[in-house]
Design a protein around this ligand. Structure first.
Ligand SMILES: Cc1cc2nc3c(=O)[nH]c(=O)nc-3n(C[C@H](O)[C@H](O)[C@H](O)COP(=O)(O)O)c2cc1C
Length: 197
């Protein structure tokens, strides 16, 4: 059976987090869809609040602490990414934006990405289109056409499931169509110990 890696980043600050809930629904739908394509997938899900201090340290020093480096490496090596933010002041949250400010510029190039957001009001559902999609397009990610916004009243209501499934189908189709991302071990690039020095 073929395999693919899916990374998931959720920038919710509350515990429990509605942003994480939406991320989990999107992840389950993407996994189910890839399974239908005959592809096995083990998603790796990260709550960015766990690395919030590390993100700030990376911004200040230019280097990611180990825990954040693991998240960044996982995102870079993934065949597809699900990125979900709460909407703060009609835009992505500061933590979500800062995280993508420390992602290596080449890490998302050509990578299929599904974007989602939660908010207090459906009036801000287009924040994904004017704030998040342009940022990821700038990073050369391939953002699927359907983005998923969920206000508090959308959870459990008609319509969200359909949008989740449509967006998940789009991400799964792109991930299935691409060869699995090759993870390059830097040590395999060298032929001798001298070259390592
Ligand atoms: C500082 C702040 C600003 C917010 N601004 C908005 C906003 O502009 N539009 C909106 O729809 N919701 C806004 N909200 C509500 C959050 O987006 C919403 O509660 C979100 O689902 C919280 O996600 P979480 O449960 O994962 O923490 C704001 C919340 C906070 C704390």
């Amino acid at each position: 059976m073929e395999r693919r890696r899916i990374a998931v980043v959720a920038a919710g600050l509350s515990v429990p987090s509605s942003t994480r809930l939406l991320a989990d629904q999107l992840t389950a739908a993407v996994v189910a869809d890839l399974n239908r394509h005959g592809i096995e997938v083990r998603p790796e899900v990260f709550d960015l609040r766990d690395t919030a201090h590390d993100v700030v340290n990376n911004l200040l020093t230019g280097f990611p602490p180990d825990r954040l480096k693991h998240v960044l490496d996982t995102v870079a090596a993934a065949d597809g990414l699900i990125a979900v933010t709460p909407i703060f002041n009609a835009s992505a949250s500061g933590l979500f934006k800062s995280f993508f400010d420390v992602v290596e510029s080449a890490a998302l190039a050509g990578k299929p990405v599904l974007i989602g957001a939660t908010g207090g009001t459906v009036r801000h559902s287009l924040a994904l289109e004017h704030a998040v999609r342009p940022m990821l397009t700038y990073l050369h990610a391939v953002v699927v056409p359907t983005s998923v916004f969920a206000a508090a009243e959308d959870f459990g209501a008609e319509g969200l499931r359909e949008r989740v499934d449509r967006a998940a189908g789009e991400l799964a189709a792109l991930v299935a169509a691409r060869p699995a991302t090759e993870v390059v071990d830097p040590f395999t690039l060298t032929r001798s110990f001298e070259e390592l020095l």
